[in-house]
Design a binder for this molecule. Structure first.
Ligand code: DLL
Length: 433
């Protein structure tokens, strides 16, 4: 099913023309209405009229998170605050949070993009959508909510937390679609087990999960545990919130909503485009946003472009799943490691639960990576020390061959690692730089 065939299945050339027209308008808008962009463009020696083709986008300067921080809270808005009807903000674990504002049209467009996304993920107007993304300054809860209402589905605005109650409501209200982070989907599955509620007592069919990196193996694990089909949804507050890109039922990459955004993939070190199909940092330019238009925003997320047409009929380019963020990437003794690689290897082995934590220390000037892994209840229950020892060795060997460095493995008791209601914390880095 496709929500908006005209836009989602538009001939590629026609969409490019539309993108160029919208890009020109956006650049002109920010040049005249946002002092930061005018200054940055003047510094780069580029004017709105220099944008004559889509490739000319490369003449424009990048925007980074610090630009939003430096203009905290409202300096990046292109309209007076009186035109803004909603304000969201990133969590801002370090320094000031970034603030984003939406006009009425922005909210309207966001609802449209989210309705497209939900349909792409398998939802229809007959579904009961259990929305366990956090409601509040985080864009997940309200972003999904408006899309679900636009679609005409019945949305349960449960938000995150109180998982036992969530499970009861899911069962009693007959929820058919679950929306939350993949790590929270696992917590829900685990809680169902604890409560003795089987997936057969639920009506769940689909899951639309995102807001954090997750591996293909994690998808299979969640699908099995909840008895559903799960897709990946991507977005970020600075660009929109959820709904920038979404997988379809083919589950082979996320369709970028190209009539609203231009995606580029660059080498994070040089800022130059990577060769087609290669991994790099993804960069987005908004084409329709009024409140906070954004030009060449460096996401720090690592992904690649998947070329070729998709059997679903949508004609937009797809991006691969995000393997991690440049700032989450650990460099251990010179080797680059993303938590999602570790996740994938752990799940391949079985017996280890998909709950893990990477701890990095510096011992005698050497980086040491310890992977804490929960083992399954059944293994622990039998107290089979030898089997546990063997499992520890197997995991260590698999990580060593998969990552290319030696890793300390610490098996921990079931349910001892912290559970998350939103984005899971996967890394503790104790090194002092
Ligand atoms: O996480 C928006 C969102 C809400 C997306 C609900 C999907 C579902 P922020 O809090 O601004 O916005 O965080 C954005 O989260 O730059 C990525 O690093 C990460 N991220 C988001 N979606 C995915 C995904 C929301 N599907 C940051 N896979 C982004 C991997 C993701 N990482």
């Amino acid at each position: 099913m496709i929500w908006n065939e005209k836009c989602e299945c538009m001939p590629v050339e026609e969409r490019k023309e539309l993108q160029l027209e919208r890009l020109k308008a956006t650049v002109e808008n920010v040049f005249f209405n946002v002092p930061h962009y005018r200054k940055a463009m003047q510094y780069a020696g580029v004017e709105p009229d220099d944008i004559q083709t889509l490739e000319d986008i490369r003449k424009l300067p990048f925007t980074v998170k610090d630009d939003l921080r430096d203009n905290y809270p409202y300096g990046m808005l292109a309209v007076p605050l009186s035109e803004i009807v909603r304000i969201h903000s990133s969590s801002g674990t370090t320094g000031k949070p970034t603030v984003v504002g939406y006009t009425r049209n922005d909210i309207n467009n966001w609802a449209e993009l989210m309705a497209r996304s939900l349909v792409s993920g398998g939802a229809t107007r007959n579904d009961v959508i259990h929305n366990a993304y956090g409601y509040g300054l985080f864009t997940g809860g309200l972003g999904i909510h408006h899309g679900a209402e636009r679609l005409g589905a019945s949305v349960i605005p449960i938000s995150g937390g109180n998982t036992k109650r969530q499970v009861m409501i899911m069962r009693d209200f007959g929820s058919t679609v679950l929306t939350c982070t993949p790590s929270y989907a696992l917590v829900i599955a685990e809680t169902m087990e604890e409560m003795g509620i089987s997936k057969d007592e639920m009506k769940l069919k689909h899951g639309i999960f995102g807001a954090e990196p997750w591996s293909e193996n994690m998808r299979l694990e969640i699908e099995k545990k909840l008895g559903i089909s799960a897709v990946d949804i991507y977005g970020l507050s600075e660009v929109l919130g959820p709904g920038v890109a979404i997988e379809c039922q083919c589950k082979n990459g996320l369709h970028v909503q190209e009539d609203h955004f231009i995606i580029e993939v660059i080498d994070p070190d040089t800022g130059e485009p990577v060769p087609e199909g290669e991994k790099g940092e993804i960069v987005f330019t908004s084409l329709m946003k009024e409140g906070l238009p954004i030009i060449r925003y460096r996401t720090r997320d690592i992904a690649s472009i998947i070329t070729g047409s998709c059997p679903c009929g949508r004609t937009s380019v797809r991006m691969s799943r995000v393997s991690g963020r440049t700032d989450d990437m650990l460099i251990i003794r010179g080797v680059n490691i993303f938590p999602s690689q570790v996740e994938s290897i752990l799940l391949d082995i079985g017996q280890a639960e998909p709950h893990y934590l990477l701890v990095v220390d510096r011992v005698n000037n050497l980086d040491v990576l310890t992977v804490k892994v929960e083992v399954s209840e059944s293994l622990f229950a039998f107290d089979e020390v030898r089997r546990l020892e063997q499992l520890g060795k197997d995991i260590s060997a698999a990580l060593q061959s998969g990552l290319g460095i030696s890793v300390k493995v610490q098996l921990v008791e079931p349910k001892t690692l912290e559970r998350s209601e939103g984005k899971a914390k996967r890394v503790v880095d104790n090194r002092k730089f």
